[in-house]
Ligand binder design. Structure first.
Ligand code: SAM
Length: 268
């Protein structure tokens, strides 16, 4: 398996062997000094590590943006590009704007095209504006876009703006809570930029595990921000194995931005 983003000092090494060694060492050090992450000088030297949530680039209120994702899958060569109109508004929370990992994942889904999405049941976790799920819906997937209550309004507006109400359903799904019975166990789970708040790590892992079976494909687009993110992968490895998606031509360029696109598979 590839070592992710090895030319970038901000990326996290997700090679399972190296990760296992680092995690084992971390666990021993944590037992000796449980608060060491809050004092760790390396972490504090990294400017991004001072932020618990992603830095907001600027205040964005009620703006519209247009995003285009080339639909390059061979059998869809007649289809136009996927065009999404997105309302972005930071007032309901950090999910109200479009994050780079979401664009990377949207781009990859568009690359896989209709063959990948059509007729399959797809669920997006932490959808924010709904962008990734809307692209999957535009490609014919039966999609659930989910997030916490404050984001549901903007997700609904974006679904209507793109005329995708027949394929895309908006629903509340708080990680760690019991999944509502009307939300199906999906064929594909999508998650972009959902690793940023440490107390939510076990909740996200639980929801991923609750929703996944052996054959569920989880496309997980991750932007490394803090060294503490490693703790998420410590929890994740109890239930999932993963590998980097290698057939994305944009990979080298987003790896440089400390973004990785992973395929997670539930352990049996
Ligand atoms: C950084 S944003 C990413 C949004 C979107 N996926 C994107 O890439 O643009 C993280 C999203 O996770 C959602 N989130 C955070 N904690 C959550 C929780 N406990 N349950 C459900 N969603 C949560 C936030 O509301 C937010 O929309």
């Amino acid at each position: 398996m590839a070592v992710l983003g090895n030319s970038n000092t901000t990326s996290l090494n997700l090679n399972p062997t190296i990760l296992a060694d680092e995690i084992a060492l971390d666990e021993v050090l944590d037992m000796i000094d449980p608060l060491r992450h809050f004092r760790n000088q390396d972490d504090l030297n990294d400017r991004e590590d001072r932020h618990v949530v992603p830095t907001q680039p600027r205040s964005i209120q009620n703006e519209r943006i247009q995003l285009t994702f080339p639909n390059r899958a061979p059998k869809d060569y007649c289809s136009p590009s996927i065009q999404i109109t997105l309302k972005v508004d930071a007032s309901p929370g950090c999910g109200g704007i479009a994050w780079p990992a979401g664009e990377v994942l949207s781009n990859y889904i568009a690359l896989r095209g209709k063959q990948y999405c059509q007729g399959r049941s797809i669920l997006e976790l932490g959808s924010g504006t709904g962008l990734v799920g809307l692209v999957a819906g535009a490609l014919g997937g039966r999609v659930w876009i989910t997030d916490q209550t404050p984001l549901l309004g903007i997700m609904q507006e974006n679904t209507i703006l793109n005329n995708l109400q027949t394929l895309v359903t908006v629903s509340e799904l708080n990680w760690g809570e019991k999944v509502r019975p009307e939300i199906p166990h999906p064929d594909i789970i999508l998650a972009a930029d959902c690793v940023y708040y440490e107390p939510a790590f076990p909740l996200l892992v639980r929801t991923l595990s609750d929703l996944s079976g052996e054959s569920t494909e989880v496309l997980f687009c991750y932007k490394k921000r803090r060294k503490a993110d490693k703790r998420f992968f410590t929890l994740l490895k109890k239930y999932f194995s993963w590998k980097e998606i290698e057939d994305d031509p944009g990979r080298e360029s987003y790896n440089r931005e400390a973004i990785s696109l992973l395929l997670l598979t539930k352990k049996t």
